[in-house]
Design a protein around this ligand. Sequence first.
Ligand code: PFF
Length: 458
Amino acid sequence: MKKSFNTEEQKTTGHSQWSNRGVFLLVAIGSAVGLGNIWKFPYIVGENGGGAFVLVYLLCIVLVGVPVLIAEIALGKSAQSNPVSAFSNLAVACKANRFWALFGYVGIISGFLILSFYSVVAGWSLEYLRVFIQNDLLGSDARAVEQYFTQLLASPNTLLLWHSVFMLLTVAIAARGVRKGIEKIITWSMPILFVILVILVLYATQLEGFSKAFDYLFVVDFSKLTTDGVLIALGHSFFTLSLGMGAMMVYGSYLQKDTPVVKLSFMIAIADTLVALMAGLAIFPLIFTYGLQSASGPSLLFISLPNALLNLPFGQFFGIAFFFLLLIAALSSAISILEPVLSFVQQKTRLSRRFTAYLIGSIVWLIGISALLAFNNWSDVHLLGERNIFDSLDYVTTNILLPLGGFGISIFAVWVVSKQSSTRKLLGISDSKYPIWRISAGIIAPIVIGVIAWNGLS
Ligand code: PFF
């Protein structure tokens, strides 16, 4: 029974398939929309000075994100296999060097590392969901709310509990299969996410701080932007669109071969960007209405936001809605971070999907423990410069590995795969769109990645 989960999906190709394109669109948006949009985007906007950062981020999405997204989905769809085999099979088909598969391995490593710290933050949202359901913060003043978060970070057991619950949820869904697990859960959870977000934004429009928040996000002041800010914007455009590690590639591999990918890629990028901006428009009005700190960093959502909510009518209700939203967003992304690793290991070892999912989940869970200890027992352990384990994992993956993976993916798609007319056809990019995509993915995106990475890292 367990082994037969995928037989129906695999009947035609030997590889799983989504039920239809609409489903693909939802799961890909589910992957893109996550903690990156709701937790990270607002706080990095806050740390990097508002409007100018938002503008650079939008430019990165258009100039780099979308062309790479098209390349990634197109490669997966052409190869119909996990990212490592996709690179090596296509390289063989194009008579190119098989070292290209290294980029697939970079993705697999990124997957392990990202999911381990992602799950820790998703665990915070589970704790806050519990806190709002039980109304634990009722009557607390600003100091007490701040202390609550500080205490949570200082308590490895609580962090471990929620990290474990979140990993278990992710693995349990992924283990059930592409259709019966991922597709089933995400097709109902994504619409709920959108409805909650719209309600939260409408609510925020009624607050005094709304217009200030609007200006904060959209009035551009370049004097506030730093070189580091530009690197962060680039890294975030990869993170938020789930690029550079094979997540979109493996989701693309479950598409039918004749699916055109350009329009779908634009729709994913637009939906993802809208959600990030809407999250900003839901959160900053609350922050400004209560005169709280917009540049408070990762704690923006866990200190400033609860503080504001406690002062508002129906605060408990909106708190529950907000952290539930965060949970659904995190879960649908976490599943997609696991998928390239899962499909790779499963194909290599021929173990069952269920067993493989729990095996990988356990390794990620272990790495995650080191990430959560960075906030307490291991706070003195520094890996990269002054960064603790958690920050190092975030920095290495978001600012180095994902852009590196994206660089390889776009060069490979344009300069290797699309050179041969037989493999070019497989990519499914129509003749009218092909020249623009070739220039943007083959020239502009690699140059932008190279220049920003050089400046940011040197
Ligand atoms: N895009 C997700 C977010 O914004 O939270 C994170 C993510 C998912 C990163 C999948 C990378 C990935 F492959």
